[in-house]
Ligand binder design. Structure first.
Ligand SMILES: *[C@@H]1O[C@H](CO)[C@@H](O)[C@H](O)[C@H]1NC(C)=O
Ligand SMILES: *[C@@H]1O[C@H](CO)[C@@H](O)[C@H](O)[C@H]1NC(C)=O
Ligand SMILES: *[C@@H]1O[C@H](CO)[C@@H](O)[C@H](O)[C@H]1NC(C)=O
Ligand SMILES: *[C@@H]1O[C@H](CO)[C@@H](O)[C@H](O)[C@H]1NC(C)=O
Ligand SMILES: *[C@@H]1O[C@H](CO)[C@@H](O)[C@H](O)[C@H]1NC(C)=O
Ligand SMILES: *[C@@H]1O[C@H](CO)[C@@H](O)[C@H](O)[C@H]1NC(C)=O
Ligand SMILES: *[C@@H]1O[C@H](CO)[C@@H](O)[C@H](O)[C@H]1NC(C)=O
Ligand SMILES: *[C@@H]1O[C@H](CO)[C@@H](O)[C@H](O)[C@H]1NC(C)=O
Ligand SMILES: *[C@@H]1O[C@H](CO)[C@@H](O)[C@H](O)[C@H]1NC(C)=O
Ligand SMILES: *[C@@H]1O[C@H](CO)[C@@H](O)[C@H](O)[C@H]1NC(C)=O
Ligand SMILES: *[C@@H]1O[C@H](CO)[C@@H](O)[C@H](O)[C@H]1NC(C)=O
Ligand SMILES: *[C@@H]1O[C@H](CO)[C@@H](O)[C@H](O)[C@H]1NC(C)=O
Length: 643
């Protein structure tokens, strides 16, 4: 059913009403009724206890899945309460984590117990599913199971000789903006504790002290509670706010954000303004923009509910639209951009009605904003895994929802030996086969780089797809998620990681949110008009600490570095910054502390917290991070690094 939409005037012309989405989700979540059968609940708790005693941690976890599955099938309403009770009594986690993992999900309560019940109904409690679950979702209680041998290569035609070569770039370029990871903190409060010990500082619910205040010298003066942008580009500072009258605050949160906090909306507005300013000043046009996900903050789940999830998504995209005007923005959702956190279900098994609201909202906004046409929006509305767009310039962009392979998505843990449970890979392959047959080049975008929080089998499948369609068809791969300016090289599976083994590489974008310890940043690519190969990337940032003590002035966004010049690696002017280029950079990073430091400086945008790579124990995994694409390769690489 397509809900009706209302314009909510208070939120501005580009906002839609949340009521329909909320009641839609509420109805879906209500399908799991809490059990009132005390006998059954007590029985289930006793069985969970019994399953856990006199066995090792791994076996205990596996046994509980068998118990849980039986109850999830017979009396699902028993499971959230029984598992939470067991978890608390058995001290398997804190009160908070027991509730987050097992309590029943509602529109007010961002917890994952209902998704856990869905998973239990489907999981194979004895095979790969269970071991995978116990490894990734129960604290490594089981060792990582061996990744199954699986392949989707039957879905594509053989690779022909010409497919082993990338087309040669021409001599004209256009520009593409890449901006990512807003993580808007709706609760950001000027003057709240920035030096807190709980997860998210700068909010009225920040707890404790310590960790965030290393920089504070007692003389900051950028405390303007009401500062905001009017008419998009006009900065209004408002009155100074005396944060020092509250003696219990050790480091008050400044106007434009802090390193231990997610982004206040004013920082997001400022970052997008800096894009348009820069473009205007330099007479630069962008052809389109990529937004690689995560609009929602990292606040603890108890401070999140459906309404805030929805608002964060709406506000982030609205702020982009209002400032970028007619520039199309191609987006993907991040692990935070779901409700509850991190989840998405496969189509066709009865769980998708919990996620329909998000697809409908995205399809509606992206179409309304002119970013997707009606048929693509309709596709995005009904398919959970992604969509593809043929841009005006002839490039195809395929946007994937990386929650399908996220290691905190409960739905990714059943029938996990299936190489394509979500249909995401067959969709990608279909698009690539079609593009290849038309000699069309493709960019792939998703939020999560597989080695960071992806599951092993999907990362292997993703790898084999990229290998098949590189370098002829795949001209670029773009991720966000890590908040760090990074790249990921794919090498041939023979594992020598030498220059002739390079297959392709992914660009991982820096973030606008300063969380955690980074300077806010964005980049743009200079792209070859004929081949869509990336010729250069230009990175911009703000020294956030300089906004702490500047009388509340707007941040000054600065040019940081260009990827072609930044690493002092010689490279032919006419060659794109392809995997062979990044291979040379990775070799430098591997062999010299100087280049490792350079990489870390860029990764964090010269943050005051950048690690010192000359110190023992620092920057140890950089080379593995930059040169692994599959989860197992990364794990193996890291396990060989000497401490
Ligand atoms: C309550 O659960 C017990 C144990 O599973 C079961 O035997 C009983 O039939 C249930 N009672 C009701 C009213 O469903
Ligand atoms: C894993 O351990 C952490 C920290 O001890 C705890 O917070 C969490 O709840 C545990 N998770 C499970 C599923 O037991
Ligand atoms: C445990 O968490 C629940 C739900 O978050 C809360 O209602 C309850 O008061 C907490 N109990 C303790 C002992 O902290
Ligand atoms: C670009 O290349 C085309 C054909 O290869 C050539 O005709 C043109 O002069 C070149 N333009 C510049 C600015 O080098
Ligand atoms: C932050 O909190 C820690 C722990 O209370 C304290 O030692 C430190 O001085 C605080 N930092 C500032 C800048 O107040
Ligand atoms: C950010 O910009 C939007 C318009 O795009 C405006 O509605 C909102 O109030 C601004 N917020 C701040 C804090 O500047
Ligand atoms: C001072 O800050 C503390 C900690 O955030 C807060 O609980 C308290 O309400 C504040 N007091 C005033 C007067 O704002
Ligand atoms: C919409 O875009 C898609 C993909 O870019 C394209 O295939 C389709 O023809 C377009 N539809 C319309 C109605 O323009
Ligand atoms: C599980 O995956 C296999 C392929 O590995 C597939 O044939 C089967 O249909 C899947 N089961 C379900 C219930 O979807
Ligand atoms: C590894 O595989 C690549 C691509 O198949 C090949 O070019 C290269 O020679 C191989 N390297 C070794 C050391 O076998
Ligand atoms: C940059 O590279 C050149 C040539 O390889 C070398 O002479 C120079 O010392 C390098 N500069 C830095 C700062 O590494
Ligand atoms: C901000 O941090 C950078 C990096 O640590 C440092 O070089 C700079 O001096 C700092 N600026 C201020 C105003 O503290």
């Amino acid at each position: 059913m397509v809900p009706s939409f209302f314009i909510a005037l208070a939120l501005g012309p580009h906002m839609v009403s949340s009521t329909d989405y909320k009641s839609q989700l509420n109805e879906a979540l209500d399908e799991l009724k809490p059990s009132t059968n005390r006998t059954a609940i007590l029985e289930a708790v006793a069985e969970l206890h019994h399953a856990s005693v006199n066995v090792d941690e791994c076996q205990g976890c596996l046994n509980r899945l068998t118990v849980g599955k039986k109850w999830a099938r017979e009396q699902p309403g028993v499971v959230p309460e029984a598992y939470t009770t067991w978890c608390l009594e058995y001290k398997a986690g804190s009160n908070k984590s027991c509730n987050t993992n097992y309590a029943r999900t509602t529109v007010e309560r961002d917890v994952e117990g209902s998704n856990f019940v869905d998973l239990l109904q489907m999981i194979d409690p004895e095979g790969y599913d269970a071991a995978l679950y116990c490894h990734y979702l129960e604290n490594g209680s089981c060792d990582k199971p061996k990744t199954p041998d699986a392949s989707l290569s039957y879905l594509w035609p053989p690779k022909q000789k010409k497919h082993y070569l990338a087309p040669e770039p021409g001599n004209e370029t256009f520009n593409v903006l890449h901006i990512s990871d807003f993580h808007i903190e709706l609760d950001y409060t000027v003057g709240a504790e920035a030096n807190c010990s709980a997860v998210m500082c700068c909010t009225p619910h920040s707890l404790g002290r310590g960790g965030g205040g290393a920089l504070y010298k007692g003389h900051w003066d950028s405390f303007y509670k009401d500062a905001h942008y009017e008419d998009e580009f006009t900065y209004v500072k408002g009155a100074y706010y005396d944060v020092f009258k509250n003696k219990s605050i050790s480091a008050p949160a400044p106007t434009f954000g802090h390193y231990r906090c997610d982004a206040p909306e004013i920082l997001i507005n400022s970052s997008i303004n800096s894009v348009t300013d820069y473009a205007k000043k330099n007479n630069l046009n962008f052809e389109f923009a990529l937004f690689t996900g995560d609009l929602i903050d990292h606040d603890e789940q108890q401070w999140m509910d459906f309404e805030r999830t929805l608002t964060s998504e709406e506000v982030g995209f609205r702020d982009l639209k209002n400032r970028l005007g007619d520039l199309p923005v191609y987006s993907t959702l991040g692990n935070h951009d779901s409700y509850p956190y991190g989840e998405i279900a496969q189509e066709g098994y009865g769980f998708t009605n919990k996620y329909t609201w998000n697809n409908e909202l995205m399809a509606h906004m992206w179409k309304d904003y002119g970013w997707l046409n009606a048929s693509t929006a309709q596709y995005a509305r009904t398919h959970y895994t992604g969509f593809a767009v043929d841009t005006k310039v002839g490039l195809r962009i395929i946007s994937l929802n990386s929650n399908c392979y996220y290691r905190k998505n409960h739905y990714a843990f059943w029938n996990a030996t299936n190489p394509d449970g979500f249909g995401i890979w067959s969709f990608l392959i279909e698009e690539l086969v079609d593009a290849e047959s038309k000699d069309q080049r493709v960019w792939i975008m998703a939020h999560i780089p597989p080695i960071v929080d992806g599951l092993p089998l999907p990362s292997k499948i993703f790898y084999e797809i990229i290998e098949r369609f590189s370098p002829y068809t795949i001209a670029g791969i773009f991720f966000g998620h890590t908040h760090l300016d990074q790249f990921n090289i794919l090498y041939a599976a023979n594992d020598t990681k030498s220059a002739k083994d390079v297959i392709n590489h992914a660009w991982i974008s820096q973030a606008v949110t300063p969380w955690f310890n980074n300077n806010p940043s964005w980049r743009y690519y200079e792209v070859d008009k004929d081949t869509f190969s990336v010729m250069n990337a230009f990175n911009y940032y703000v020294k956030l600490n300089e906004t702490f003590n500047n009388g509340g002035d707007e941040p000054e966004w600065l040019f940081e570095y260009s990827c072609r010049d930044g690493y002092n690696v010689t490279w032919p002017e006419s060659s794109p910054l392809n995997a062979s280029y990044w291979h040379k950079v990775a070799q430098e990073v591997k062999h010299s502390v100087y280049h490792r430091q350079m990489y870390e400086n860029y990764a964090t945008r010269f943050s005051p917290y950048v690690p010192d790579c000359s110190k023992k124990g620092e920057c140890l995994h950089d080379y593995c991070t930059l040169t692994s694409f599959q989860v197992d390769d990364f794990d193996d690489c890291v396990s060989l690094v000497k401490k």
